[in-house]
Design a protein around this ligand. Sequence first.
Ligand code: NDP
Length: 455
Amino acid sequence: PPTRIGLAGLAVMGQNLALNIAEKGFPISVYNRTTSKVDETVERAKQEGDLPVYGFHDPQSFVRSIQKPRVIIMLLKGGAPVDQTIKTISAYMDKGDCIIDGGNEWYENTERREEEMSGLGFLYLGMGVSGGEEGARRGTALIPGGSFEAYKYIEDILLKVAAQVPDGGPCVTYIGKGGSGNFVKMVHNGIAYGDMQLIAEAYDVLKSVGNLTNQELRSVFSEWNKGELSSFLIEITADIFGIMDDKGDGYLVDKVLDKTGMKGTGKWTVQQAAELSVAAPTIAASLDSRFLSGLKEERVKAAKIFKSVEFGDNLIESDQTVDKAKLVDDVRQALYASRICSYAQGMNLIRAKSMEKGWELKLGELARIWKGHCIIRAVFLDRIEKAYDRNPKLANLVVDPEFAEEMMERQSAWRRVVCAAINSGIATPGMSSSLAYFDTYRRERLPANFENLTS
Ligand code: NDP
């Protein structure tokens, strides 16, 4: 009998999503350009409980094996591979069939394809899939945008495949028209960049200013994960401090290269912020930090120069006395306030685009589905959801009455952390730019009058 759905692209994400869909009771056909991955997926499906996954080595029998109207999810490297795969599979599709791109695709590519496909009588969705490998397999946040008709046709599958949150239901909702699903996923990734940067800075301040050991860091982050900061990234950060390296002669965190790259969505987020004239300094700072981290060799040379006899070590105030417990409590507050600023920037970016494109995106709903198995899931998303439910037109998260109170309560600690870091020569670009964002936003009068007079 025909299968209910098809999936093309069986790398990490596709393979796991296919198994997840099959496990939820939907027989699925799978296809991949390199056929060994098809066999691998079918084998895994057997091992993981005889799941109904059917493999095909050629696109024609793959497409024809799916019940009509057909739905095929693609999980591929974005750009040309997506166009090539659409060409390959659409040759065997019939009018009314639907393609869903589940990758991290540039939203304009999705809009172009949706238009091209609709000219041929096909439906098209661009669906952000969050949560990485684990999320794809066990349940994740799904962010579909594009044809509503296509969404309705596979809603039953998506509702089951999405992560289920006890107080929030399945982490999926129809987002809006056009490329909105991809756009929202892009900003979600930008927010994740900001979060990771801010957490890295908290670690740096505690280690470099507070001299906390890895064991102490582990217990601090575990403790934080029980409170207002509770989130996936804080949880895994706590775990990371407990991991020893393979040889057992030290902690993994101290051995890993301090250099990071990026996949593109973070950069797109910052580019879009500039295009839309929306300030997103925390997310931009996280991107800049990644660029600078990449210059490892230059930094090694620069460190030597600034530690040389000629300059001495007078760059840094070394007579700061540190009260560890107080520092830990201050950093917790600085991290929380900074993260709220970062989420506020992401939300405002989404809203600006939604207005430009007429997508009518609901920010509260986005916060709700991000509570699922996605990288930015956090307890405070619940409160962000409520803030937008209370006031869908909320100009900025920081002025929601609840968040405003929290920002005020935390601002002294936040300033102390940034000052301590600056005085110690430790850069906290994420926390500092979040604070600058807050301080700029909350002021009635800015020195822009001066710029007006000089330009
Ligand atoms: P990759 O991004 O590494 O893409 C590999 C897949 O693309 C393979 O199936 C590969 O086929 C296929 N492919 C590449 N070039 C072509 C081509 N010219 N024609 C046909 N197929 C091609 O896989 P991932 O599983 O990591 O990610 C899939 C998508 O999901 C990406 O858009 C990614 O950004 C996104 N994503 C990834 C996450 C992750 O944690 N990895 C998390 C969330 C989203 P072949 O085997 O034949 O080379």
